[in-house]
Design a protein around this ligand. Structure first.
Ligand SMILES: [Zn+2]
Length: 376
C-alpha cells in the first residue's frame, strides 16, 4: 500500500473534496492534459479507488465528460459518535457519502458497555464490506487525549481507553471531542466549507466548540482546546460546575433559562431549555424574555470570540441553532454590537450548523480520510 504517485493522490483528494467532479474539471484544477488525466484515472480505477460514470447529457457540443465516483470495491472509513443518549457508526465512502449506518441508544450507565455496542456495530459494517474498511474515527462528549476519554462530565465516564475498545489491527484510529469533530464536519461537508477561520459553537448540556482553519481543527497542545463555555463572559456572581465563577456556559444552558424564568435549577437542563425554547417560539412572553436574555449572551460572546480569532464564519449547533431560529435579532444584534468597529463593515456570517447530530460522525470520518491518503 502507499503506491499512489503525488499526482494520483492529488486527484483522489480532489475527487473526495468535490464528489460531483468531472474528469474535465479535474484536468483543469490539476493543470494536467487530457492524456495525463485519462492515464491517472485509469490507474486509480484499476487500483479500485475511483470509477467513472457518464455525466448527464447537457446538450453541449463535444464528447460528454465523465463524473469521478467512488469505486464499488473502494476503501471505506467508519465514523462513530457517542452522544449522551445514543451512538451511531457510519461507513463512509470516498466523497463523504455514508453507505451504511447503525444506531443505538443507551441510558448513560456503563461506558464500557456502550463502547462494546459501538465495536459490535463497527464489526458488522466491516463484515458487510470485507477488506474495505481502512480506519475508524470516534467522537465522544468529553475531554479526549491520546485515544482516551479522560472525562465525560455529563455521563460521569472517566478514563475510558477508546483505542483499546475500538481500534482494529492495520487500520487508522483516532478519537476526539464531539464538538471539535462537529466543527470539522461543518468545515468539510456542512455550512462552513470554504471558510478560512471558522468558529463552531454547540450548546446542549454545556457549551462546546472549536475553531477550524482550512478545515483542520485547532486542537490545543493537549487536544483540549475549545472549552469556550469556561471563558468568563458570564455573571461573576454565578459559580460554574467547573469550579470557576462567571463562566459563559452558565448563561446559555438550561440553568440560565431557569434563572431568567425565576424557577429552580432543572434536573434535566437540556430538555428544560428545549421546552422553554418551544414555548418561546409559540409566543409565551416569559419564555421569550428568557430566550432573548440567553440569545443576547450567545451573540455577545460570539462577537467577542470573532474579535479575538478573526473568524469569517460562525456556525451554531444544538440549542444555539434553536436560539438563532427563535430569537435571531437578539443573537445577531448582540454579536454585531460586540464587534470592533473595524469588523463591522463585513461582519462574519452567523449560521445554523448544517449537519445536526451527524456532524461529529462526519468530522471523525473526514479526519480519518486525511490520515489515509498516503497509505492508499
Ligand atoms: Zn466553568
Amino acid at each position: 500500500m502507499g503506491t499512489l504517485t503525488a499526482r494520483g493522490e492529488e486527484l483522489l483528494r480532489l475527487a473526495h473534496e468535490r464528489p460531483d467532479l468531472t474528469r474535465a474539471e479535474a484536468a483543469r484544477t490539476l493543470g494536467t492534459g487530457t492524456g495525463t488525466t485519462a492515464d491517472l484515472v485509469a490507474r486509480l480505477t484499476s487500483a479500485h479507488l475511483i470509477d467513472e460514470r457518464p455525466a448527464a447529457p447537457g446538450g453541449g457540443r463535444g464528447r460528454p465528460t465523465r463524473h469521478l465516483v467512488p469505486h464499488r470495491a473502494g476503501p471505506l472509513v467508519l465514523g462513530a459518535v457517542v452522544s449522551h443518549e445514543g451512538w451511531a457508526v457510519g461507513a463512509v465512502a470516498l466523497g463523504g457519502a455514508p453507505v451504511a449506518t447503525e444506531r443505538g441508544t443507551h441510558d448513560g450507565g456503563d461506558g464500557t458497555a456502550v463502547l462494546r455496542a459501538v465495536r459490535a456495530a463497527a464489526g458488522r459494517l466491516r463484515r458487510r464490506a470485507p477488506g474495505r474498511v481502512r480506519g475508524l474515527g470516534v467522537a465522544v462528549p468529553g475531554l479526549v487525549h491520546d485515544g482516551h476519554l479522560l472525562d465525560a462530565p455529563i455521563l460521569g465516564w472517566r478514563g475510558l481507553d477508546l483505542r483499546a475498545a475500538l481500534a482494529a489491527e492495520g487500520e487508522v484510529f483516532l478519537a476526539g471531542n464531539d464538538a471539535t469533530l462537529a466543527a470539522v464536519g461543518e468545515a468539510r461537508r456542512g455550512a462552513a466549507t470554504g471558510a478560512a477561520v471558522h468558529l463552531h459553537l454547540h450548546v446542549d448540556a454545556g457549551l462546546g466548540g472549536a475553531v477550524t482553519t482550512g478545515g483542520h481543527p485547532l486542537e490545543g497542545a493537549h487536544g483540549l482546546a475549545g472549552e469556550f463555555g469556561h471563558v468568563p463572559f458570564g455573571d461573576p456572581a454565578v459559580r460554574c460546575p467547573c469550579g470557576a465563577h462567571g463562566c459563559w456556559g452558565t448563561t446559555l444552558d438550561g440553568t440560565a433559562f431557569a434563572r431568567a424564568l425565576g424557577e429552580a435549577p432543572p434536573g434535566d437542563p437540556v430538555s428544560y431549555a428545549r421546552r422553554a425554547l418551544e414555548r418561546a417560539a409559540a409566543g409565551d412572553e416569559d419564555a421569550l424574555h428568557a430566550a432573548r436574555a440567553v440569545g443576547t449572551s450567545l451573540g455577545r460572546g460570539a462577537g467577542g470570540l470573532v474579535n479575538a480569532l478573526d473568524a469569517d464564519l460562525v456556525t451554531l449547533g444544538g440549542l444555539a441553532a434553536r436560539l438563532l431560529a427563535v430569537v435571531p435579532d437578539e443573537v445577531r444584534g448582540a454579536c454585531e454590537d460586540g464587534l470592533m468597529r473595524s469588523r463591522r463593515s463585513a461582519p462574519p456570517a452567523l449560521v445554523p450548523a448544517a449537519l445536526g447530530d451527524d456532524g461529529p460522525l462526519t468530522g471523525a470520518a473526514e479526519l480519518v480520510w486525511s490520515q489515509l491518503w498516503e497509505r492508499l
